[in-house]
Design a binder for this molecule. Structure first.
Ligand code: GDP
Length: 447
């Protein structure tokens, strides 16, 4: 990716260039008429790498002058850019020249990240608001000098790159679900907990069966149905195609099939028998699903057989939080496959679980939280030296996957990692979601 830094003189383009290029390049000679070339350098911001193009010194020159010819030279370089960082001075506000240059940049039809520079300190965000008037989207409040706002810049750049690569970043950005999209789910559990009864009930007359959908792959089939507004695709791997056979095939799912079904499912309803919940095999199954990183919900089946319901649900929720710490807070929904009670609630809970599982947390929010978490409970010293942790970013969703930069990733105790994961889960309201945290070597990727 080629990222060009554009904007009028003195807004701080070179400072930003130097910060992103990670090292001080030769000081620019600003004497008029001195030949300058467009500066290019490899740039880096946290986990992103790109080529940087700087345009400092060519701003707004008269076309006939030497600088004007340089401007044309620069225009050629700009034509190669994939993304523009358009910089304005937040303290000075938007000037008429900003407007002219913004228009030029906008006309190039490339993604533009609007940077309101010199927005250091607490009033920075407020000052940056003026830049909205340029019509280039949300300004990123930044201080290239002090390094404030770089996490937000990282996210904006990552979005721009995703846009160019043709990813559908809009859906991912907000988390949440595309309303028309079917959620693919699997129903998994040990024998005799009532999976096939539940399946029959779910795709029974009350819900609209819109499948089966042939050809998902050679060894997987799916039944589509709609509950409320939401489409679901119930995935199974028995390999049969004929509609009449689907239910029967789903019933026969063996363990090997179960594991394969997981591959195609975003969400899993794990079925437990309410009269014998959380047996060893149940826990193994849940652990497998969590390790695969799926959104998970527990269906506590045969609820009709339960007498003391208050006590049973309490005990089940307590057992879930104790025995399934990898997905702490996983939702437990009582159902009766026999009577159909609780199934709508189960499907609603699956939708919520998938929404949470698809969450996108901005780097800015994440790091504001991280700062507090680190000061409340600093990383330990190992071998006499304190481990430094700086900056975290969400690398992907489904499941939410985070990268933290750490001075000695291999030495950070597992307990501290758990502290961070649990902190993320609590702060960003992700109960029951498998959360992945990777540590990368590096002190401060934004330094
Ligand atoms: P699977 O092996 O997990 O697919 O379990 P099945 O669906 O074959 O059910 C096993 C047994 O449990 C059958 O006798 C079902 O009738 C019974 N069963 C399933 N769901 C319920 C339920 O909600 N309530 C009661 N009382 N029995 C159920």
């Amino acid at each position: 990716m080629k990222v060009a830094i554009a904007g009028r003189a003195n807004v701080g383009k070179s400072t930003l260039f130097n910060r992103l290029a990670g090292k001080r390049l030769a000081i620019v000679d600003d004497t008029p008429g001195v030949t300058r070339d467009v500066r290019e350098a490899p740039g880096r911001l946290a986990d992103l790498s790109f080529d940087l193009i700087d345009t400092a010194g060519f701003e707004g020159a008269d076309a006939q002058s030497l600088e004007g010819r340089m401007w044309n030279h620069m225009a050629a370089a700009l034509a190669e850019a994939d993304v523009f960082l358009f910089v304005v001075d937040a303290r000075a506000g938007v000037t008429p020249l900003d407007e002219v240059l913004a228009q030029d940049v906008r006309r190039r039809g490339k993604p533009v990240v609007l940077v309101a520079n010199k927005a250091e300190g607490r009033s920075g965000d407020l000052m940056s608001l003026d830049a909205y008037s340029l019509g280039l989207g949300d300004p990123i409040a930044l201080s290239a000098e002090h390094g404030d706002g770089l996490p937000d810049l990282r996210d904006a750049l990552a979005d721009a790159f995703a846009l160019i690569e043709g990813h559908d970043s809009a859906e991912e950005e907000d988390g949440g679900l595309d309303p028309g999209r079917a959620i693919s789910m699997a129903i998994i559990g040990r024998p005799n907990v009532g999976k096939s009864t539940l399946l029959n009930r779910i795709i029974g007359e009350e819900r609209m069966l819109t499948g089966p959908e042939a050809g998902l792959t050679r060894d997987a089939i799916a039944v589509e149905f709609t509950a409320g507004e939401q489409r679901f695709r119930l995935v199974d791997t028995a390999g049969l195609r004929r509609r009449a056979k689907v239910v029967e095939a789903l019933e026969k799912a063996s363990t090997g099939d179960t594991i394969r079904a997981l591959k195609y499912a975003e969400a899993v309803a794990v079925v437990l028998d309410a009269t014998q919940p959380f047996e060893k095999q149940d826990l193994q199954i849940i652990d497998l699903i969590v390790r695969e990183g799926r959104a998970v919900v527990i269906a506590l089946n045969k609820w009709d057989l339960v007498e003391d319901r208050d006590r049973t649900i309490k005990a089940a929720r307590e057992a879930a939080s104790r025995l399934v710490p990898q997905a702490s807070g996983v939702r437990v929904v009582p159902v009766s496959a026999l009577s159909g009670r609780g199934i709508d609630k189960l499907l609603e809970t699956v939708v919520e679980a998938v929404e949470r599982w698809s969450v996108r947390i901005s780097t800015g929010r994440l790091n504001r939280w991280l700062e507090g978490a680190l000061s409340r409970h600093p990383p330990p010293a190992v071998g006499g030296r304190r481990i430094k942790l700086r900056y975290m970013t969400q690398a992907k969703s489904r499941p939410p996957t985070f990268v933290a930069f750490c001075s000695r990733p291999d030495d950070l105790p597992a307990a501290y990692k758990r502290y961070l994961v649990n902190g993320i889960r609590e702060k960003f309201d992700l109960p029951g979601v498998p959360i992945r945290l990777h540590l990368r070597k590096g002190d401060n990727p934004y330094a």
